[in-house]
Design a protein around this ligand. Structure first.
Ligand code: ATP
Ligand code: MG
Length: 723
């Protein structure tokens, strides 16, 4: 109240305030995006500390990412006015890790136990397969990895699993058992193990559990809709009968079902914690009226919902802009132009977020941003040319170009696995060092001297001839076909194809995207002396080496829709909103995943505070092929009244640096040409204009020639004729 100002509570609405001040007990805050769930959770912690005299020691808060945890800690510190180092705020994994460190002995772990990240785990499983004499082709490591992690996420040890008479499951179980024994011997803990182990620690050591139950009088969990079985069990056990548990979540934002998250945990909580209070927040503070209304209408198309209302006091704001691009390049260029426009109007780059469905989409966007020298940061992922599978493929290409490239050699000599083990590699390295040779030459020398054992010699010989063959086979090919040949013939593509799940699929998509990148690569003028392959490799290395914008630098935020959860930005672009892309082809085919895709779209749209752009391309070269797509069904689910369509008016005049747009004008300045037009070139023959750039005498057009590839041409010199 005005008479008694209370900064912590005065900045909350009545329902938020009720949640923050709620009496001890269990509480579910169920509410839509941007209604202040995370804010309530943060303020509750500050209120407990400030007003209730709770000790930071008595509080455990779980968030979804480390970044979210750091932000929450910072918010609490500024609300409370002091450092909060001792408070346990973190992700489930981070907190379980902390617990295991403190009780490693009781948990059966050596003091210096190490965490296996996903890549380490993968390599470990490959070793296990080998030791069990299982063929990787029949038993893809990724599949075994998925099996093991899923079992652990469900809280299951090998002894809990009955494989019955299913030979497949029997083998997977045997891999799980052997893998776990090896991890235990080596003191290694994978991500899923962290949670399971911590859970078991409590089950097996009631006095430890009792200690933490007594200590953590308040448990608070954000994004509860995306908890999995073991995370739920963990919270439930820790809560016991005495703790006060506050969970916040939104069933409409459950987007990790494919990874084992169980949205049912929200209703399970109400069953397991009888007498829970439920508070629904209904006022949205994040987005304009138009963005909110459009998002609400979209999500109403889902059948399985707990049902919520959201309204805003804010103004309607601008309409949501739909941009229909001719192709993905035009889409990227449009996005960059709007970002620059925002910048020219005094905005910051960090206001802008570009969200996409799949990681492979980032490449074209990254190149457009680099081209326009706009700083960007990829959040929760690697830049295209830094990704494992891309580096693998590039390593083969580097060896084709230069046998002496030891780093490339080391990277792929046994990828895919071809029986060149650590022992052989050690011999190679020693020989190379002693004689000052490249690893490649060391191989040749050792083979000549017959210094390798029969099996190792065969494997090494096989690798050398593979690279020789790659060079021969690709010598006369275009860069694009050469890249394609390399990913196929090296075995990388089929290796990644065998990986099950989203990750494997994403890697194959990225590899195919590399072929696209090679196809559209244009040798810069300064690289005149270089072969096309070398120029391309240099381009890739430079782009990968270009440091990501540092945390303090103003930069556009780029991320997948999944990683955008919980965040907000004044300006949001969601791109690739096409049938088959978003919703993804797979989701369309397996009907039951469509609702999760729609929730993902809801999550994406509700990140926007001021302005939302939804863009799509009629034709897209992605995953190595050209596709033609319709606008996503999600676009037609949004009522027209909230939308404005923009089509590029490709007319660009020199007086006006910012593009204007209209539906009709499609030819661009003094060139006499327009996008999509067929043209004839004296040397390259007939083709279609697919892109353009610049104005007046400097303007360039990109033409897809029939059978001659895609080229950029300066209009003034190209002697193009309408075909
Ligand atoms: P999501 O579901 O996307 O995680 P959320 O429900 O956690 O969203 P918050 O991120 O907590 O929502 O809040 C959204 C925005 O609204 C934040 O910028 C927050 O500071 C602001 N906000 C929330 N409640 C209020 C309030 N009572 N007064 C002013 N601003 C508020
Ligand atoms: Mg939140």
């Amino acid at each position: 109240t005005a008479a008694n100002p209370h900064p912590l509570l005065d900045s909350l609405n009545d329902k938020q305030r009720a949640a923050v001040e709620s009496a001890p007990g269990s509480l579910l805050v169920l509410a839509g995006a941007g209604s202040g769930k995370t804010r309530v959770l943060t303020h509750r912690i500050a209120w407990l500390l400030n007003d209730q005299g709770e000790s930071p020691f008595a509080i455990l808060a779980v968030t979804f990412t480390n970044k979210a945890a750091a932000e929450m800690r910072g918010r609490i510190e500024s609300l409370v006015g002091g450092p909060m180092n001792r408070m346990w705020i973190g992700t489930f994994h981070g907190l379980a890790h902390r617990l295991l460190r403190a009780h490693h002995q009781e948990a059966g772990l050596p003091e210096g136990f190490q965490i296996l990240d996903a890549d380490d785990q993968y390599r470990m499983i490959r070793r296990i397969l080998k030791s069990l004499d299982l063929d990787e082709k029949r038993w893809p490591p990724r599949q075994a990895m998925g099996y093991i992690n899923a079992k652990k996420d469900d809280g299951l040890r090998p002894k809990h699993i009955d494989a019955g008479h299913h030979p497949m499951e029997q083998t997977l179980l045997r891999i799980y058992t052997t893998y776990q024994e090896a991890c235990d011997r080596a003191g290694l803990v994978d991500f899923a193990e962290l949670l399971l182990r911590a859970h078991e620690l409590w089950l097996n050591h009631p006095h430890i559990l009792a200690h933490y139950q007594g200590r953590f009088r308040h448990l608070l969990v954000d994004e509860f809709q995306d908890t999995n079985a073991i995370q739920y069990a963990w919270i439930r056990l820790l809560a016991g009968n005495t703790s006060n548990v506050m969970i916040v979540g939104d069933d409409d934002q459950s987007i990790y079902g494919w990874r084992g998250a169980k949205v049912e945990n929200l209703s399970k909580f109400l069953d397991d914690f009888p007498g829970s209070q439920v508070i629904r927040l209904e006022q949205n503070y994040r987005s304009t009226g138009n963005i909110l209304a459009a998002s609400n209408t979209l999500i109403a198309n889902n059948a399985e919902r707990m049902g919520k209302e959201l309204w805003t006091e804010g103004r309607d704001g601008e309409l949501i802009s739909i941009f229909q691009a001719f192709n993905e390049l035009e889409e990227a260029r449009f996005i960059v132009s709007r970002i620059r426009q925002h910048l020219e109007q005094g905005g910051a780059l960090s206001d802008c977020a570009v969200l996409y469905r799949s990681n492979a989409q980032s490449r074209v966007l990254e190149e457009a941003l680099l081209h326009q020298q706009v700083a960007y940061r990829i959040y929760g992922g690697l830049r295209f040319f830094e990704r494992q599978e891309i580096k693998d493929a590039l390593a083969y290409m580097r060896l084709v170009a230069n046998r002496g490239d030891d780093a490339a050699f080391e990277r792929v000599v046994n990828t895919p696995a071809r029986g060149i083990g650590d022992r052989t590699l050690d011999i190679l390295r020693t020989t190379a060092r002693q004689h000052g040779l490249s690893l490649w030459r060391a191989c040749q020398q050792l083979l000549n001297e017959k210094a390798l054992s029969g099996r190792a010699a065969n494997a090494v010989r096989g690798f050398l001839s593979l690279v020789e063959e790659l060079e021969e086979d690709t010598r006369d090919l275009s860069l694009k076909l050469a890249a394609d040949q390399v990913i196929q013939h090296s075995g990388l593509k089929s290796m990644y194809e065998q990986e099950k799940g989203e990750k494997g699929q994403a890697r194959v998509e990225n590899l195919q995207e590399l072929v696209t990148a090679a196809g559209t690569f244009e040798k810069p003028e300064e690289a005149d002396e270089m072969s096309e392959l070398n120029a391309f490799l240099a381009h890739a290395a430079l782009e990968a080496g270009e440091n990501q914008a540092s945390d303090s630098e103003d930069a556009v935020q780029m991320m997948t829709l999944h990683s955008a959860k919980g965040l907000e930005f004044p300006l949001v672009f969601i791109c690739g909103v096409e049938e088959g892309m978003f919703p993804s082809q797979k989701a369309v085919e397996e009907g039951d995943r469509l609702e999760e895709e729609r929730r993902l779209c809801y999550v994406g749209m509700t990140r926007a505070m001021e302005k939302l752009y939804l863009t799509y391309a009629e034709s897209r070269r992605i995953y190595g092929r050209e596709t033609f797509a319709k606008a996503s069904r999600f676009l037609s689910e949004i009522p027209e009244q909230y939308l404005e369509q923009i089509r590029p008016q490709t007319q660009v005049s020199q007086a006006q640096s910012v593009n204007r747009f209209s539906r009709t004008q499609e030819s661009f300045d003094n060139t006499g040409f327009k996008l999509g037009q067929r043209v004839r070139h004296p040397k390259f023959g007939d083709g279609v204009i697919i892109n353009y750039e610049g104005t007046g005498p400097q303007s360039r057009v990109q033409v897809a020639f029939d059978g001659q590839g895609i080229k950029w041409l300066v209009v003034a010199y190209a002697r193009l004729q309408p075909a």
